[in-house]
Design a protein around this ligand. Structure first.
Ligand code: IMP
Ligand code: MG
Length: 173
């Protein structure tokens, strides 16, 4: 497979965006604890950098989600593959994902988690493909707004490859 990757977001801009998000979360929760819930698999690189920055008490958990048939296009069908292990009841939950695109995944999770009586529920994404929403969804914390192109790197994959790129690139076949 011969693919070219064109860098569109630099490492330093990603790290600046993560620091800004961490400062905003710290000021929103001050002396409260948060439970950060990463959506696998795309969130794990962002989440690991975020917690190294975050100076408030926090717990970490994950939810495994599948959207069937997704390679470069969303199918819109969302399903929980495995659930978080920590109880969400009474917790300040911040759901963390790499990117919000159509909005279907986070909208589904919002409806799902709200039925489970958290103390509060917010959504945090590193990248936002604002132009591509199929459903209105506004994350509480957004790092960088990105163009409506298929991106790889910093956790984002193409067929499970390229998650480890330290920058964000566009696939050019
Ligand atoms: P949504 O439900 O369409 O908002 O899709 C969100 C999920 O799709 C994210 O958690 C990503 O895993 C994945 N995704 C969306 N856009 C991209 C992309 O450009 N590259 C890689 N994965 C993406
Ligand atoms: Mg994902």
């Amino acid at each position: 497979m011969e693919v070219k990757i064109r860098k569109i977001i630099r490492e330093e801009d990603i790290h600046d965006a993560i620091k800004k998000i961490a400062r905003r979360i710290e000021s929103d929760y001050k002396d409260e604890e948060v439970l950060l819930v990463g959506i696998l698999k795309g969130s794990f690189v962002f989440l690991s950098h975020l917690i190294l920055e975050l100076k408030i008490q926090h717990q970490v958990d994950f939810i495994g989600i599948s959207s069937y048939g997704k390679s470069t296009k969303s199918t819109g069908v969302v399903r929980v593959l495995f659930d978080m292990q920590t109880s969400p009841v009474g917790k300040n939950i911040v759901v963390v994902d790499d990117i919000v695109d159509t909005g279907l995944t986070l909208d589904y999770l919002k409806r799902n988690l709200l039925t489970r009586n958290p103390k509060s529920l917010k959504f945090c994404v590193l990248f936002d493909k604002k132009e591509n929403r199929l459903i209105p969804f506004e994350p509480d914390y957004t790092g960088i707004v990105v163009p409506n192109k298929f991106l790889v790197g910093f956790g984002m994959d193409y067929k499970e490859y390229y998650r480890g790129l330290p920058f964000v690139g566009v696939l050019e076949e």
